[in-house]
Design a protein around this ligand. Structure first.
Ligand code: MCU
Length: 376
């Protein structure tokens, strides 16, 4: 049984520990609770978000642990050391911070998986997060390896992306403890490209202290929806699907393996994952590479956008799909868009972030059989 209190003290209906999944070819309604209740207020939408988070952890990504019993941090020579302890086990890991040459401390910061693949914005610190050290992504045989599993055991249900998100949360915990690191923990972004872009989206979805999520070319497991990708594959596209991706790396929980050949029964898709970020900032940066499923990504993020629209902050989420460049080589023609999001969410400026573009059109009637309410 899972229950909690939503925003504004809203009482959230509990999701039973065991539920019956029903097949749904369409993308799941973001505004109807699993028990059928309609979401009509912003506070109740926070209940729906908690429910979707629970469902995604249960069937796809594995369980996200909270802050460990002990957590200490130290800072020296631009390196932040984070020590975590739980049930007699302990781990220690580090991140390195590169400070901007302009701006004033404490600085906003972007946590970059593997350092990230975006140019460092003016006035913003970059935090290099070695996610592979927290959970390996070498091949499926690397499941259960990394610091997260040293602490929680190699058979923990969390896939690598959940383990990384846990690590990001601990970095923010540590930054809160160590003012000497000179980072403004109310102005934290996260990014990563490709496999690390999937991870960045998951971190933004699970960690509410992140105010700007910048997944880049994340494809399947990121901005693509499993349902749309399966459909495009059936139409002959060379596109990564759920059944293919689980054979590559331990990004997901092993539980997901049971659902990759019956995607329509999943009580969520990746528009639901992205919608966990609302009303916080999300700018999805995509390319036009078949394997990443650009049409699926655009359709999926068009559905996700409805969460921000319902909350009355449509321009807190943007989507930009621009091709004709190498994978993870950020193109100059997306720079002004990225700058607008960084300035609004990390630097407190007023910019135009009403950005939603792709060479594709989103076939909404094929995928969406629900409407966007105006939440009170
Ligand atoms: C887009 O992310 C992945 C993709 O899921 C994999 O199938 C492919 O092998 O690698 C991409 C990636 O991470 O490239 C760096």
């Amino acid at each position: 049984m899972y229950s909690h209190t939503g925003a504004g003290g809203a009482t959230c209906s509990a999701l039973p520990g065991s539920i019956t999944l029903r097949s749904n070819a369409k993308l799941n309604d973001l505004f109807t609770m699993f028990n059928g209740d309609k979401v009509t207020t912003k506070d109740k939408f926070s209940c729906r978000q908690a429910e979707m988070s629970e469902l995604i952890q249960r069937y796809e990504l594995g369980t996200l642990p909270g802050r460990p019993s002990t957590l200490t941090a130290s800072f020296s020579g631009n390196t932040l050391t984070i020590n975590c302890g739980e049930a007699g086990k302990s781990i220690s890991f580090t991140v390195t911070i590169t400070y901007p040459s302009s701006g004033t401390a404490p600085y906003p910061a972007i946590i970059g998986y593997g350092g990230g693949s975006l140019p460092a914005p003016a006035g913003v610190a970059m935090i290099n997060f070695n996610n592979d050290n927290i959970a390996a992504q070498v091949n499926t045989g690397s499941r259960g390896q990394g610091k997260f599993y040293d602490l929680y055991g190699s058979s923990h249900s969390a896939g690598a992306m959940t383990a990384w998100a846990w690590g990001v949360s601990r970095v923010i915990d540590a930054l809160e403890l160590v003012p000497g690191a000179r980072i403004d923990t109310t102005k934290i972004g996260v990014t990563g490209c490709s496999r690390n872009g999937k991870g960045a989206m998951v971190a933004g979805a699970f960690e509410k202290r992140i105010v700007l999520t910048l997944p880049q070319e994340s494809g399947a497991g990121g901005s693509a929806c499993w349902r749309i990708s399966d459909y495009l594959k059936s139409q002959g596209a060379n596109i990564q699907t759920a059944s293919e991706i689980i054979g590559e790396d331990p990004w997901f929980s092993t539980t997901f393996n049971s659902y990759v050949n019956q995607v329509p029964v999943l009580p969520f898709d990746h528009h639901s994952l992205a919608a966990l970020i609302a009303p916080r900032g999300l700018f999805v940066i995509d390319n036009n590479i078949d394997w990443l499923g650009p049409q699926s990504c655009f359709g999926c993020m068009t559905a996700a956008h409805m969460a921000w629209q319902a909350l009355g902050v449509s321009d807190h989420m943007g989507y930009s799909q621009i091709g004709a460049h190498a994978h993870c080589a950020f193109p100059s023609n997306q720079q002004s868009q990225l700058t607008a999001f960084v300035q609004k969410f990390l630097l407190g400026q007023s910019t135009n972030t009403a950005i939603f573009q792709s060479d594709f059109s989103a076939n909404q009637s094929q995928w969406i059989d629900w409407t966007t309410p105006t939440l009170s």
